[in-house]
Design a protein around this ligand. Structure first.
Ligand code: NDP
Length: 242
């Protein structure tokens, strides 16, 4: 059964991606860290439309958990071929560097950058064997241009952008593509405290984006027809200069 793994699939952009992948007939592995209720809601929304999936709880930044939970699931479900991996889980801890606590640096890097490594390292082995795969990393405008108050987040996302380009060159011969999507301001819990009215003057299309608009870009990269596009970063930001 063709399957797609979405890290951080319980809420926001990850939920929209999970629903989109299910609509494209993928069995969806919905990962979350702590919010079981929201992960169940994602699965219910998928099942309402006749789709299928499973919920997997693990912290992408915890190598042992990734190996135990995700590796364990894969080893007993060999009929599922994970064709699409969406590295979406991410957090932000915004503060100027001079006031940044060590933990704020570590947690943000650990979730986005180490999380990318931990999950991708495990999944790519089968993709290499299958000679097929689509890896899509959700990064950020912040990782492209750097934003004040986000040195940790910009570094984590910038690191994933560089890793996307490097890995794309390693695995292209095996029909595996690796691309990144850099959203701008998208309406989710992560941007809840931001004032859209005030910020929309910075955005040419004059509004925040919807999670479904990011999911649409994921579907584009995930398509078998996108096989000649790899190592790319696609901005989904309403035209903000990046
Ligand atoms: P949300 O805060 O709404 O959701 C974050 C998701 O990531 C949740 O599902 C959460 O799980 C999960 N998660 C967080 N940490 C971990 C972890 N260690 N292990 C596993 N899952 C984890 O964020 P968004 O939907 O807004 O963001 C999704 C991605 O898009 C992130 O990578 C973010 O950096 C990026 N992005 C978002 C933008 C925006 O404007 N919203 C802009 C640019 C990039 P749980 O529910 O269990 O907490």
């Amino acid at each position: 059964m063709k399957s797609a793994l979405v890290t951080g699939g319980s809420r926001g952009i990850g939920r929209a991606i999970s629903i989109k992948m299910a609509s494209l007939d993928y069995f969806v592995l919905i990962n979350y860290q702590s919010n079981r209720q929201e992960a169940e809601k994602t699965l219910a929304l998928i099942e309402e439309k006749g789709g299928k999936g499973v919920i997997l709880q693990f912290d992408v930044g915890n190598r042992e958990e990734v190996s135990k939970v995700l590796g364990g699931w894969i080893s007993v479900n060999s009929n599922h071929k994970i064709e699409v991996l969406v590295n979406n889980a991410g957090i932000k801890e915004d503060v100027l560097l001079m006031w940044m606590k060590n933990e704020q640096w570590d947690q943000v890097i650990n979730t986005s950058l180490n999380g990318f490594f931990n999950v991708t390292k495990l999944i790519i082995q089968d993709m290499l064997m299958q000679k097929y795969g689509r890896i899509i990393n959700i990064v950020s405008l912040s990782g492209l241009k750097g934003l004040p108050g986000q040195t940790n987040y910009s570094a984590a996302k910038g690191g994933v952008i560089a890793a996307t380009k490097a890995l794309a060159q390693e695995v292209g011969r095996r029909n595996i593509t690796v691309n990144a999507i850099a959203p701008g301001f998208i309406k989710t819990d992560m941007t809840e405290g931001l004032d859209e009215k005030q910020l929309r003057s910075l955005i040419p299309v004059s509004r925040f984006g919807e999670p479904e608009e990011v999911a649409h870009a994921v579907a584009f990269f995930a398509s078998p027809e996108s096989s000649y596009i790899t190592g790319e970063v696609l901005s989904v930001n309403g035209g903000m200069y990046s």
